[in-house]
Design a binder for this molecule. Sequence first.
Ligand SMILES: Cc1ncc(COP(=O)(O)O)c(C=O)c1O
Length: 282
Amino acid sequence: MSRIVHLNGQFLPEEEARVSIFDRGFVFADGVYEVTAVINGKFVDYDPHMQRLERSLKELDMAWPCSKEELRAVHEDLVKHNGLEEGRVYMQVTRGVAERDFAYPANTPASLMAFTQAAVTIANPKALTGVATISIPDIRWKRRDIKSIALLAQCMGKQRAAEAGAYEAWMVEDGHITEGTSSSAYIVKDGRVITRPLSNAILPGVTRRALMRLAADYQIIIEERGFTLAEVLGADEAFITSASSFIMPVVRMDGQEIGTGKPGPVTKKLREVYIAAAVAAH
Ligand SMILES: Cc1ncc(COP(=O)(O)O)c(C=O)c1O
């Protein structure tokens, strides 16, 4: 049975979902997206993802493609139609179909597309060994707080990581790490977690937000400040967070071991409590 996807109010087999060549997502990358994790057939942090979607849409003066209730039903129906137990729902909104012209078209309904991806997130074997990352310059635009579908710089970074046998690339700007191509970035030094403060320079991660709350519950101090590549190499531990990886230990940077070269105690604890909280929230 082929995957059932959602396109503009319809659920249909993926082969039958077609969009116009004039969709502004296709022509200009004029769209925004969200990725929400699914565990045991239930969403993790659904509301914060939709709050971030609302903000992304607002920043771009883009209309909602449907009501919030309808969007929730789209998410839930996709999980049901595809029998998804663990993985994620990807959804994107674009400014719709219009003659090619840079300025925003008037009276054009937004387009909505969404699909499921099955994935082993909790028992991901990579979490036991940790993953490698590389450093690359951050060549992205200056509104990284908007979850835009314009991801070419991230694709280039991820490709370089893949060629280097790494899982992720951490981007560097003005001597400081901004974030991973599809994740928030952290180091741990002397028991304190260090991560960059929110600004236009990074995406406000939903997993980051959950981690902040959990860290407070478990008396783990989080220092929000920029950190350098030298600090990464001298750190005790490092990790990334995202809806797709949850909390994933990073054990190498540019071929050099970080700390012991194995997932450290602070990272392991945070991953454990994050997963426990996500499962218990249902
Ligand atoms: C650039 C970037 N930063 C951070 C994240 C992590 O965000 P979240 O935890 O909401 O998945 C992502 C996720 O895709 C991302 O693309």
